[in-house]
Design a protein around this ligand. Structure first.
Ligand SMILES: [Cu+2]
Length: 141
């Protein structure tokens, strides 16, 4: 049973790699600026390890958070947001680059079955979210 599941996962990975229609590379380039978050990809796969390279090109500090999509995020306190974050780099100084390794969780028992989670990348420094520092992403199982 376990062996056959691994076979299915490996087969799917080979299929996706061969397919090449998705830019799902494992290394993700994130750019923080005043006031936007750019990401090199917006579609991710649960159970796969990603290496985020978070570059702050602006003259001020920002942060990089992976959060569930919610209403009124801009009104949430930074402390509350940090508690809900799936992962974060809580300070990226002006001109700095930091890295984060993260594997999205999700229902990985049925790869390729189309389960999709709506998440987003955020900066929750005061006012930054409402100024535009958020980027919607999806995670498929
Ligand atoms: Cu910011």
């Amino acid at each position: 049973m376990r062996r056959s599941l691994i076979g299915v996962v490996l087969g799917l990975a080979v299929f996706l790699a061969a397919c090449g229609s998705r830019a799902d590379t494992g290394t993700v380039q994130i750019t923080l600026s005043d006031f936007a978050i750019k990401t090199s990809q917006t579609q991710f796969t649960a159970g796969k390890s990603y290496h985020f390279v978070v570059k702050n090109t602006s003259q001020s500090a920002h942060e990089f958070m992976i959060m569930p999509q919610m209403a009124n995020m801009g009104a949430m306190s930074m402390d509350d947001a940090h508690q809900m974050a799936l992962a974060m780099v809580d300070m990226v100084g002006a001109g700095e680059t930091k890295t984060l390794d993260y594997t999205f969780t999700g229902d990985t028992s049925m790869p390729g079955m189309g389960m999709t989670q709506a998440l987003e990348f955020d900066c929750m420094f005061s006012g930054h979210y409402d100024a535009g520092m958020h980027a919607a992403i999806t995670v498929k199982s």
